[in-house]
Design a protein around this ligand. Structure first.
Ligand code: URP
Ligand code: ZN
Ligand code: ZN
Ligand code: ZN
Length: 481
């Protein structure tokens, strides 16, 4: 079935043009002025609107088993909520328990994700180390389309990696041409501070940010970056929330190291005042790691995004409803960590990024889609509107407004961290794999229509890292005396 998007302004990360977009069989087949609609094609009027690549959220956790419960959003509801907000691809996380076979976990997550309505892919977490993990990483990269591995430097006693695991896994990832990613928080310090705070009688959600000060994140970011530097491996740091980790990334990039940084919509816009709210449920709904930070950090993160030190935006969409949050009613360390946002990311980024003059529409496309596609090596299939690309497209009306609310959102969570926020510039049509899955409030997603996206190893920056290492390889001195 063909589809012609007529009369809009096509915005790519590096080029904007007035053009029509012709879609057939799930792909973009032509972009240009005054395209003819083939017989039987559906024509969508995009006059006055921006036509942009669908968003890629490189950090979600649908139906994740975590902290004694399971995230409330599943792959169908979550990708549907994403589609309403203009996100057409998610990269979720397979998180094996320590000692669990990575391939087992991978196939379990693949099973769950079969219900996804839009395309999806997986990072796989390395939570322990053995020869079998080493072998499984090879299978995942060479046979199963995984090109990124996640390392949690926090969550001691659960999924935390120590330096030995980091060194082993980074070394293996380098052989395979896979990208190492880290959740950077010093889990040892977090555990220590949690016990101190509980001993002082601080049991409410306000204990959460106090047990995870920004120095804890900065230390881990720096350590991961230095380990990656020594091992000569590219690194991606997820959910940077603070000045300290941004500075670590900035220093490393200024010194020529391939380090990428992600920022969450929530960390750009919500401050730590939420944890001192009088309503326990309200405060607990903001318990996520790293926590929301004092306001000064948000402005720094926006500048990091503008300056290119942070390249991607994500949500860390990991929903827990009120009864789940109440599992920690008398101990903040037992409040499941995480919150939602997959439906709202594009809207809040546009409103607070483009409408404020921080980002151009092309820069918006870069930080919501194209950069993630490049870093995770699915560009130009994703992240671009051009012939041959997947037809994942949003039609964006810059004049229309919406008020974000838990009462109207499609996310399976009874709370929204952006509650009451009025955003101007909204998604009106979402096309995923060539099909209209959302149009003007009408949700048409199909359970199971999403496809698994294979991501090949050795993105081009990886080759550059390896080449540089060869040029600077250790050498012996041949002596004649
Ligand atoms: O609090 C969070 N972020 N929960 C999800 C797991 C993680 O750390 O990304
Ligand atoms: Zn994390
Ligand atoms: Zn996460
Ligand atoms: Zn709920």
């Amino acid at each position: 079935m063909a589809l012609l998007v007529k009369g809009g302004t096509v915005v790519n990360a590096d080029f904007t043009q007035r053009a029509d977009v012709l879609v057939a069989d799930g792909k973009v087949v032509a972009v240009g002025p005054d395209l003819e609609a083939p017989a039987g094609a559906e024509v969508i009027d995009a006059g006055g609107a921006y036509v942009m690549p669908g968003g890629i959220d490189p950090h979600t956790h649908m139906e994740l088993p975590f902290m004694g419960t399971v995230a409330s959003e599943d792959f169908y509801s979550g990708t549907t909520a994403g589609a309403v907000g203009g996100t057409t691809t998610i990269i979720d996380f397979v998180i094996p328990s320590p000692q669990q076979d990575l391939l087992d976990a991978y196939h379990t997550w693949r099973g769950w994700a079969g219900k996804a309505a839009t395309d999806y892919s997986f990072h796989v977490a390395v939570t322990w180390w053995s020869d079998s993990v080493r072998a499984a990483m090879g299978t995942l990269v060479n046979e199963l389309g995984v090109n990124s591995f996640k390392h949690f430097m926090a969550y001691k006693g659960a999924i935390m990696c120590d330096d030995e695991v980091l060194v082993n896994s980074f070394t293996r990832a380098r052989e395979l041409g896979a990208l190492c990613t880290v959740h950077a928080e010093n889990g040892e310090l977090v555990a220590h501070l949690q016990q101190q705070l509980l001993a002082m009688g601080i049991t409410g959600p306000e204990g959460h940010p106090q047990s995870r000060p920004s120095a804890v994140e900065g230390e881990a970011a720096d350590r991961a970056i230095r380990i990656a530097q020594v091992l000569n491996v590219p690194l991606y740091i997820v959910h940077n929330s603070c000045i300290e980790s941004l500075q670590a990334i900035t220093r490393a990039r200024n010194e020529g190291q391939r380090v990428f940084g992600e920022v969450l919509a929530g960390h750009l816009l919500v401050d730590d005042g939420v944890y001192r709210h009088n309503d326990w449920d309200y405060a607990a709904h903001h318990v996520m790691s790293p926590p929301f930070r004092p306001k000064a950090h948000q402005e720094a993160l926006w500048r990091g995004l503008q300056a290119g030190m942070l390249q991607t935006t994500a949500t860390d969409h990991c929903c827990f409803c009120t009864p789940q949050k109440r599992m920690g009613h008398n101990n903040f360390t037992q409040i499941p960590n995480g919150t939602g946002g997959v439906e709202d990311r594009m809207h809040v980024l546009w409103h607070h990024g483009v409408n404020s003059g921080r980002l151009t529409p092309s820069e918006f496309v870069a930080v919501t889609s194209t950069n993630a596609a490049r870093i995770f090596n699915i560009y130009p299939r994703k992240g671009l509107i051009a012939p041959g690309a997947d037809a994942d497209i949003v039609i964006w009306d810059p004049a229309r407004e919406r008020t974000i609310s838990k009462d109207s959102h499609h996310q399976k969570i009874d709370f929204n961290i952006f509650e009451g926020m009025v955003v101007k510039g909204i998604n009106t049509v979402t096309i995923a794999n060539g099909a209209v899955v959302y149009r003007d409030g009408d949700v048409r997603t199909v359970r199971g229509a999403g496809r698994y996206v294979d991501r090949p190893p050795f993105p081009s920056y990886y080759d550059a890292v390896k080449r540089a290492a060869e040029v600077n390889a250790p050498s012996a001195v041949t002596r004649t005396g």
